[in-house]
Write a protein that binds this ligand. Structure first.
Ligand SMILES: Cc1ncc(COP(=O)(O)O)c(C=O)c1O
Length: 430
């Protein structure tokens, strides 16, 4: 198949959730349910997650990365998701009071929660300690002082890891690159801050130093970026003789026909080989987020207007936009699109899919290949929206956030209801 045939063909199954299949009308089904019928029932925009896909990626992560592997909940979180992750035996990484309270609401045991954040408040640290959170990943000297001060009050000793920045470029977008020296995250290895942080733990009665943590960035495809960071961090961490080493998350996923990404199993194998080669004795764990959630979901929109500008382009405006998917605007991320009711058809026409927010940058797909003659009222979907979509959603222009459903074996359940105008007004005071 040549390049143009690939581009104009139906959306590749590799970008869709595991259970995706064509229904009797040529429509997309996920979890045995027709996407257009779900859209009619729940309205659009709608996030549809394949629950079995999520579960299978959690299991793959546990097998490939070992006990102690945590799901990075910033990728996508709600109570049902935290419960699912817990049922599948993963720990959960939270990075705010809100994420922590969601894990608590889902009855995730404290010892299976890892707390992150480059500026954790006293309230967040207190809540984590009182809930017996398994690991606090400490990011700064100020945080070490806060833990010392809290200990003076209640005598609780927090088991911690120290987040270090290895000084390695992750070959990803600069906004999601975190392992370089010039970063707001962690203690720099090169500057000596990491060494001083380890030393200060020895005289801090509020902490028990269990290990070193690194996270070099997100949407990283290159095995050599992970391997290089590990080399640098292991040279620092192993001589300390600490029991744990966390390699963070960051494995990239394919969003487009033209992209390929290592599987979680391949990533695990690469990390295992690198750790073996480097003689790591510490127990190694990881924190995948995107690679578990991204391909599990599609977002379904309804077309509201079609505007043809002769000789220039066609704009198709849908009922969502950067409020439900800010990644194109934030990082210039590419997406593909398809029509869920004509899912098996070739995609022979080209249009720009835009949202309905009052910004020209509100573009969901710059050059979308779609079946010809789509019109107002038809559905359009974007695949691979399960990570950093809903979790980054906003209410700009006072547009309510979409509903989220999980589907599995012919049944759906609403896990986040659609936000309403009343919800938006609920915070306003006269
Ligand atoms: C500390 C930490 N761990 C894990 C992750 C998850 O990364 P990803 O979703 O790319 O796997 C992130 C994402 O930013 C992070 O900051």
């Amino acid at each position: 198949m040549n390049q143009s045939e690939t581009v104009d063909g139906p959306v590749p199954m590799s970008l869709l959730p595991d259970s995706a299949q064509a229904g009797p009308r040529g429509e997309l089904q996920i979890g045995g349910l027709s996407v257009d019928e779900l859209a009619a029932k729940y309205g659009t925009p709608l996030f549809i997650y394949d629950e079995e896909h999520l579960r299978s990626r959690c299991r793959e992560a546990l097998t490939a990365l070992g006990a102690g592997t945590a799901y990075a909940s910033k990728a996508f979180l709600c109570t049902a998701m935290a419960r699912l992750v817990n049922e599948e035996g993963l720990h959960i990484d939270v990075a705010s009071e809100g994420e922590l309270l969601t894990a608590i609401a889902a009855e995730v045991p404290g010892e299976r929660i890892v707390l992150h954040g480059n500026n954790k408040s006293l309230a967040e640290l207190s809540l984590a300690r009182s809930h017996g959170v398994g690991r606090i990943v400490v990011d700064s000297f100020d945080e070490l002082s806060r833990l010392r001060n809290l200990h003076e009050v209640d005598g609780v000793v927090a088991p911690i890891q120290l987040r270090v920045t290895p000084g390695v470029e992750a070959h990803t977008h600069e906004y999601i690159s975190t392992g370089q020296n010039d970063s707001k995250f962690g203690f720099g290895l090169e500057s000596g801050a990491a060494r001083r942080a380890v030393e200060s733990c020895a005289s801090n009665p509020g902490v028990e130093l269990m290990g070193i943590h690194q996270h070099i960035g997100s949407q990283v495809f290159r095995a050599d970026s992970f391997a290089r960071a590990l080399e640098v961090v292991v040279a620092f961490s192993e001589p300390l003789g600490l029991p744990e080493l966390s390699v963070g998350g960051g494995l990239g996923v394919a969003y487009l026909e033209s992209e390929t990404a290592p599987s979680i199993s391949e990533w695990g194998e690469m990390l295992r080989e690198a750790c073996e080669r480097l003689g790591v004795k510490a127990q190694v764990s990881a924190e995948p987020g995107r690679s578990i959630a991204a391909q599990a979901a599609v977002t379904v929109y309804s077309i509201g207007t079609v505007k043809e500008i002769p000789g220039i382009r066609t704009y198709i405006a849908v009922d969502g936009g950067f409020g439900d998917n800010p990644r194109p605007m934030l990082y210039g991320s590419g997406y593909t699109a398809f029509a869920p009711t004509r899912f098996t058809e070739p995609r022979n026409s080209v249009a720009r899919i835009v949202g309905r927010h009052c910004e020209s940058s509100d573009v969901i797909v710059q050059e979308a290949r779609l079946p010809a003659n789509l019109d107002v009222g038809d559905l359009i979907a974007t695949p691979v929206t399960g990570a950093y979509g809903y979790s980054m959603a906003s209410t700009y222009n006072r547009m309510p956030r979409p509903a989220v459903i999980f589907v599995s074996e012919g049944k759906e359940r609403l896990v986040i209801r659609r936000e309403t105008a009343e919800d938006l007004l609920a915070l306003d005071l006269d």
